[in-house]
Design a protein around this ligand. Sequence first.
Ligand code: ADP
Ligand code: MG
Length: 575
Amino acid sequence: PPVKETREFQTETKQLLDLMIHSIYTNREIFLRELISNASDAIDKIRFASLTNQDLLEGNADFEIFLLPDEGTKTLTISDNGMGMTYDEVVENIGTIAKSGTKAFLEKMKESGSASDLIGQFGVGFYSAFMVAKKVTLITRAPGQAKGVRWESAGDGTYTIEECEKDARGTTIILTLHDEHCAADHPAENFLNRYTLQSLVKKYSDYIRYPVKMNFVKEEKPRDADGKIIEDAPATQTVEVRTLNSMAPLWTKNKNEITKEEYHQLYKNLFHDWEDPLEIIHSKVEGAVEYTTVLFIPAHAPFDFYQREATSGIRLYSRNVFVMDNYKDLLPDYLRFVRGLVDSPDFSLNISRELLQHSSQLQKVGKNLEKSVLKTLENLLSKERSKYETFWKEYGKAIKSGVYSDFQSRDKLQDLLLFPSSNSEDALTTLADYVSRMREGQTVIYYATGKDRLAAERLPQMELLREKGIEVLYLLDRVDEFAIDALREYKDKKFQSISRGDLKLDGIDVPETKQETEKLAKENESLLNAVKEKLSGRIAEVKISNRLKSSPVCLVSGETGISLSMEQILAEMDK
Ligand code: ADP
Ligand code: MG
């Protein structure tokens, strides 16, 4: 593809760019963090690839990221000597938003009306450049390629792409800034101001593991023999290259030396989220297995969380050196929302994912991490209930899926479950709290299923239970019943659907006695038989019940077999 081409962005990309450009989002400065984190990712990639193929480095292994503000052209240039991109990769990664997330993002956007808290979740970091630039030029060359690629766009729906010369491997991004982002009288918004840039790097990218450098120009007049400045002599310019970030990985510091803000920035840098995480777990372990870990529970589940391809996993480091991203086999699947990193001298640098899976060290680390995440969740539940409920809203489904798909974890997870119940209009209850409120003589935990609370409340069977003051859990989520079925019992109390079999109210003082029911059945035998005959093939049995108050009839499932609502769910899935 030697000639210059003008191409159109995908419709979705176009919409997204529009959003970026016109969003009222005020925190535009984070574009720098996004571009630096991309540069750092690209260097991670080549560094890792070069472990098995030294030639990729082309003799250039002084990894660095360089910022170059230029007042003359009103441009800010960010360059790296990372992996670069081939022509096809530019089209793939920059020209289109290949990720299916874009559409979902735009839909969510329309719902919530605010881009700022969503942008990061969808991995559209590069496009944030258009928040400050009227034109973005990207020049890149991948190792081994003779030619580079030049990509340019004004964010107006089209971009151009062509081959070009580029000596050094890596990527250079030139931002032609909007006037308001390079005005001298507005230093905080002036992204050509070296001190502004320096403080932004400190703020957002301090522990990026490669030096982020910038030239500072010093003007100096010569001095005389006594060291006094010669005022009328012409000034000489010297250029000093400064490294703006400290590069020390945050997790090597002591916990009490790290601020919340620093953790948050680490999280945002590593996992491309724009929102602070809900919870942070930082621990250092020494002994038979040795590692440091920082784990985060993101404030929101990513939009595609419940799909199989969703990105998840843990970053692995070995003595501060990046080994691998998105490693999924460390934590059980039901904790896949946890992001974070583990740094251990036991991980070797060029180990493959397959080998890692069989590493017993890593399995031990994984077990420990699982324990500490669960411990953290237990603490949240008992000490910060409202925060836990926020967590539950986002990830409750994942925990429930752990209960029914991972039988080893059932016992560990049962106390983390929350359900709505007839005890309160809006508060959720744990199973332990339910049990503590059980009526005297009550032997089972009652639950009702329905598509929503109202549907459950209106079940005819609810009347009697309500009158007796017996609490009923409402299972309103499709997966709830799977979880309850998998548990079977909690602290020796079996779960009992109120629309299934005998309600087992015997011990709890029910006025109608068994004999009375039997007598009624005898007296009405012909009626029961007539109904049974009429509905034959569709029902198994017709019975006189003592579970109804004002409703004349209700449908119940037998003691065994799947429940009514489960049947409905399955029927729906079949469609
Ligand atoms: P993300 O970083 O979450 O993948 P971005 O929008 O920030 O999303 O970047 C999109 C993609 O463009 C990256 O995944 C990467 O493949 C490519 N890319 C961006 N910047 C660079 C760079 N400096 N060097 C190499 N590839 C890059
Ligand atoms: Mg990025």
